[in-house]
Write a protein that binds this ligand. Structure first.
Ligand code: ADP
Ligand code: MG
Length: 335
């Protein structure tokens, strides 16, 4: 339960919503999934409960991820989801907290407004929005108060956001891009690969399990394996096959290369002094998607720059968002 004066930082991610409260740490971590009754439009379940329904719902219930591609595909549903989470964090005693929200970088101004309204209606005293790369940088422990170049690569579910920046008192440089190649694309590539190679159809959740357990984008020293069940495309019956990490490498390389290429393009556009700082300080990776085995090695090899996976990379943005509330004056001056 929140106490008076406690502020909340919320990372409204495409895959996960994470909330951070100073002194308490992470107070909520739920999938950004909503189950809706197709006929009436009613929201039936939100978060963990709704995720259980993904891919296995009866006809009239659909489980969706309203922010899937980094844009708000369904306005009202997103609003309901955010309200549900805020109420869950605040409990029944609402002390009108200040809330800082980090929204995916592709979200438009109109959609941002909707997020602010939803949080206000859910009981926030004041709502602030923060840009994802900035939140990720703060969460990763980078000192952004110094006029020094940094690079953050945040790989979420729907989007990979790459940003090189330096904030100075009278000047700021931000070079960024966002591509729709991230965790979900890895999963989709696995589904396609398994279908083609083994002739079986698997669901997204099985693909994600494969990715997390044996997935890799850089050759592993020792091949790992995992048994999975899917539907045989020829007989239509359930079938079990063994999949190897060497196959995952084949399935995932293309996506990984697209991320590497996007990082390259940002490095090319980055002014020389800034890139000199970045090569000294290294590239920081955040978000759940960066945990795929070998991505740090691949990126390091291709750029010649040290690549660091931020500590607790999944919660990094939420942490940064929460911490940003302590630095509102500094941020106000900058944004
Ligand atoms: P978002 O910020 O968009 O909500 P997250 O940062 O929560 O996304 O990352 C979600 C993505 O991270 C999902 O695609 C998930 O499969 C992936 N992921 C989480 N853990 C791992 C892991 N250990 N290995 C590979 N991918 C992971
Ligand atoms: Mg994120």
């Amino acid at each position: 339960m929140l106490e008076f004066g406690q502020d909340i930082g919320i990372d409204l991610g495409t895959a996960t919503v994470i909330a951070y409260v100073k002194g308490k740490g992470i107070v909520l971590r739920e999938p950004s999934v909503v189950a809706v009754d197709k006929d009436t439009g009613d929201v039936l379940a939100v978060g963990k409960e709704a995720r259980r329904m993904l891919g296995r719902t009866p006809g009239n219930i659909i489980a969706t991820r309203p922010l899937r591609d980094g844009v708000i595909s369904d306005y009202t549903v997103t609003e309901k989801m955010l309200k549900y989470f805020i109420n869950k964090i605040c409990g029944k005693y609402i002390f009108a907290p200040r809330i800082m929200i980090c929204v995916p970088s592709r979200v438009t101004e109109v959609e941002k407004r909707a997020v602010i309204d939803a949080a206000s209606q859910a009981g926030a005293r004041k709502v602030y929005l923060i840009e994802e790369p900035l939140a990720a940088a703060i969460g990763a422990g980078l000192d952004i108060s110094k006029p020094c170049g940094n690079m953050v690569v945040d790989i979420g579910g729907g989007t990979t956001d790459i940003c090189s920046f330096s904030y100075d008192y009278d000047d700021e440089t931000v070079i960024s891009t966002s591509i729709r190649v991230a965790g979900d694309k890895f999963d989709e590539s696995i589904v396609k690969y398994v279908k083609k190679k083994h002739n079986i159809m698997i669901g997204e959740r099985t693909a994600e399990d494969l990715k997390i357990n044996i997935g890799c984008v850089y050759p592993k020293i020792q091949d790992a394996e995992m048994e999975i069940r899917g539907r045989d495309l020829i007989t239509g019956l359930p079938k079990t096959v063994t999949v190897y990490s060497s196959e995952m490498l084949e399935a995932l390389t293309e996506c990984a290369e697209q991320i590497v290429e996007a990082v390259h393009s940002i490095l090319e556009k980055t002014p020389p002094e800034l890139s000199a700082d970045i090569s000294d300080r290294g590239i920081y990776m955040t978000g759940g998607g960066c945990l795929i085995d070998g991505l740090d090695k691949l990126l390091q090899e291709r750029t010649g720059i040290n690549v660091m996976v931020a500590q607790d990379s999944v919660s990094c943005v939420a942490l940064g968002t929460g911490k940003a509330l302590d630095n509102l004056d500094v941020l106000d001056g900058k944004k």
